[in-house]
Ligand binder design. Structure first.
Ligand SMILES: *Cc1c(COP(=O)(O)O)cnc(C)c1O
Length: 442
């Protein structure tokens, strides 16, 4: 099939699973999306009023007063290794940071942001409906035995092979819900074990992942006490992700990195269905307008957001339509069709998408561990090539030129979003590392 936003060469490269940088024609960095209806303030307010509750029920959040946040760290070692600076034509490489959502408490991945927000919204709603809570009450009341007993009659469920299941499961159980994760029977055994080991119910389904999600959704719809977390359409998940933007802006300020007309910010976000990176990009554009430029990173086998945006967002398009198989080791990103909630928003706000081969994910994750002593999972390494694409490729440099950013390269800040890894069991981590090491030696 033809895709209007892709040249023949691009479509060809995409089909052959060659890594590429795609820039949507007509993107306007000045479009900040502030006219769009979803409002991050709603999620900020929820996190504020629930902080006491979270500090009470999650020991990992006690020291932080119930505030969810992750470190922003410089990565000078990786910057030295992956920077194109010094190569012919490359621009100054600015300053690189890693946003450590792999280290988010409780869930160990970016899914904590959306997952906490959705689970809190549900708990508040159920408690208000049951008269266990009044609108103005401190949410810490939800930690009391009667409230927990009431929530415990309800379940949160999700279809997931990975981090979303872990996040919803652990957060759900922590708040007192029952938690159910639907998986395909052939999902990796260590993932099922990990969930079950934490008291989460795993329901296995014949067929593939999509079939498991569909079965999970049907089961929840048939049960009035069940709430299904819909990764493709949930506004509550999306709003939870948007709050990362304020956190990043505060951290950049504290690190002495201004973001303004003379100091652009470039952010690189691994994308699966689009909810997590989309929510973060949405929040950032609203706060920083034309001074922030957001790029998504997708596996070469699963560039679902790229394909959807290039095709226009009127009808859903899957990666299978361009002959790709959606088979990748980056399980956090193995999604064949982009979120219909998020794709239209990104059609306005996203500067571009680049794709990454699986081998590169393992190689770069290994390089990061060697250079800066930070261990992340392969999916979370997808953004690491972002600055290289922007500063070291002809296309990336054209983007900078078009928006008069070339003279500002030296003053620019690059934030690579790391999205998961701290809950990967040590033996699996050793396998990831061994593959990266073998590739580095080859
Ligand atoms: C889920 C996930 C993402 C992407 O989030 P989406 O909302 O699916 O786009 C990226 N990295 C990791 C590790 C994830 O688990």
């Amino acid at each position: 099939m033809d895709i209007q936003g892709l040249s023949h060469e691009e479509l060809d490269a995409l089909r052959r699973k060659q890594a590429l940088l795609w820039l949507p024609a007509g993107h306007d960095p000045a479009d900040d999306g502030r006219d769009l209806p979803l409002d991050p303030a709603e999620a900020h307010a929820r996190f504020d009023r629930c902080a006491g509750l979270l500090a009470r029920v999650f020991p990992e959040l006690r020291d932080a007063g119930g505030r969810l946040s992750s470190p922003l760290t410089p990565i000078p070692g990786l910057q030295r290794r992956l920077s194109p600076a010094g190569e012919p034509g490359a621009l100054a490489d600015g300053t690189w940071f890693l946003k450590r959502d792999d280290a988010l408490p409780v869930a160990g991945s970016v899914k904590a942001r959306g997952g906490f927000h959705e689970a809190l919204a549900l708990a508040e709603r159920l408690a208000l409906e049951a008269g266990l809570l009044n609108a103005r009450d401190d949410r810490v009341l939800l930690a009391q035995p009667e409230a927990r007993a009431w929530l415990g009659r309800h379940s949160v469920s999700v279809g997931s092979t990975g981090n979303l299941g872990l996040a919803i499961g652990l957060i759900g159980i922590g708040l007192g819900f029952q938690a159910v994760v639907h998986m395909s029977a052939d999902a990796k055994a260590w993932k099922k074990d990990r969930l079950r080991g934490r008291g989460i119910t795993v329901v296995e389904h014949a067929g593939d992942y999509a079939a498991a999600v569909a079965a999970g959704r049907d089961a929840a719809l048939a049960d009035p006490l069940a709430h299904f977390v819909d990764d493709e359409r949930s506004e509550d998940l999306f709003l939870g992700y948007t709050t990362a933007a304020r956190e990043l802006v505060d951290q950049l300020q504290a690190a002495g990195r201004p973001v303004d007309a003379g100091h652009p910010l470039f952010v690189y976000l691994p994308c699966g269905v689009g909810g997590a990176p989309g929510g973060i990009a949405y929040g950032l554009k609203r706060l920083l307008g034309p001074h922030v430029h957001c790029f998504f990173a997708e596996p070469t086998a699963s560039p679902c957001m790229l394909v959807q945006l290039a095709a226009g967002t009127h009808t859903p398009v899957s990666v299978h339509a361009v002959g790709l198989d959606n088979r990748t080791e980056a399980d956090g990103l193995a999604v064949g069709e982009a979120s219909p909630l998020v794709a239209p928003l990104m059609a306005r706000l996203l500067a571009g998408v680049f794709t990454v081969e699986d081998d590169t994910l393992f190689r770069d994750a290994y390089a990061l561990e060697q250079a800066d002593d930070i261990a992340i999972e392969p999916s979370a390494a997808a953004g690491l090539r972002g600055p290289r694409w922007l500063l070291g490729s002809a296309r990336g440099r054209r983007y900078l030129q078009r928006h008069n950013l070339t003279p500002l390269a030296e003053q620019a800040t690059h934030v690579i979003w790391s999205t998961g890894g701290s809950l990967v069991p040590e033996d699996i981590r050793a396998q990831f590392r061994a593959r990266g090491q073998a590739l580095a030696a080859a």
